[in-house]
Design a protein around this ligand. Structure first.
Ligand SMILES: Nc1ncnc2c1ncn2[C@@H]1O[C@H](COP(=O)(O)OP(=O)(O)O)[C@@H](O)[C@H]1O
Ligand SMILES: [Mg+2]
Length: 163
C-alpha cells in the first residue's frame, strides 16, 4: 500500500525550513502532496502559480512530490486526494499551541486522518516565510534561509513593488 501525506501551508515563499520537511518527508512517505492553502484572510506576496514554481524548481524531477492548491477545509481536501496523513513542521514552542488546536479540530472533523509532526532542524529554528519577507523587503540577505531562486524572486518582487 502506498502512503501519501499532504503537506499544507502558505509557502509564501518556500524556505529551507519547508525544503527540509519535504526532503525528510519523502524518506518516510511514498508521495507528498504540497497543498498550497488559498487563504482569503491572508494577503500573499506571491501568487499560487509563482509559489508552485518556486517549489518545483527546488525539486526538479522528483516524481514523488506533487504540488497543488486548495480552498476550504483541509480535511475535505485530504479526503479528495485520498490521503490519511497531514504533515506539519514544528519550530519553536510558539508553534505548538496553534498546531495542537488545529490537529485536535481536524481530528474532531475526521478521526481517520492523522496529523504528524516533524521537528525543525536546529539550523532552521528561526526560519519563517514571514521574517524572510520582512528582511528581503528592505534589501537584507536571506541567503541562508531560502534557495537562490527564491532570493532572486523576492528581490524582483520587491523591486517591482517599489517601482
Ligand atoms: N523553519 C521551519 N522548520 C520546520 N517547519 C517549518 C519551518 N517553516 C515552516 N514550517 C512548517 O511548514 C508548514 C507550512 O508553513 P507556512 O508556509 O508558514 O504555512 P502556514 O500558513 O500553515 O503557517 C507548517 O507546518 C510550518 O510549521
Ligand atoms: Mg506559518
Amino acid at each position: 500500500m502506498s502512503r501519501t501525506a499532504i503537506y499544507p501551508g502558505s509557502f509564501d515563499p518556500l524556505t529551507y525550513g519547508h525544503v527540509s520537511i519535504i526532503e525528510r518527508g519523502l524518506r518516510v512517505f511514498d508521495e507528498i502532496i504540497v497543498g498550497i492553502a488559498i487563504n482569503v484572510r491572508k494577503q500573499p506576496l506571491f501568487t499560487v502559480s509563482e509559489r508552485t514554481e518556486l517549489i518545483e524548481r527546488s525539486f526538479p524531477g522528483e516524481s514523488r512530490l506533487k504540488i497543488d492548491s486548495f480552498e476550504g477545509l483541509l480535511i475535505d481536501y485530504a479526503n479528495t486526494r485520498g490521503s490519511q496523513v497531514i504533515l506539519r513542521g514544528l519550530r519553536a514552542v510558539s508553534d505548538f499551541e496553534y498546531e495542537l488546536q488545529m490537529a485536535n479540530m481536524n481530528r474532531k472533523l475526521d478521526d481517520t486522518i492523522e496529523t504528524m509532526f516533524m521537528m525543525t532542524e536546529e539550523s532552521h529554528f528561526y526560519v519563517s516565510s514571514g521574517l524572510v519577507k520582512e528582511v528581503a523587503r528592505f534589501g537584507g540577505s536571506v541567503q541562508d534561509q531560502v534557495p537562490d531562486h527564491v532570493e532572486e524572486a523576492l528581490a524582483e518582487k520587491f523591486a517591482a513593488n517599489n517601482a
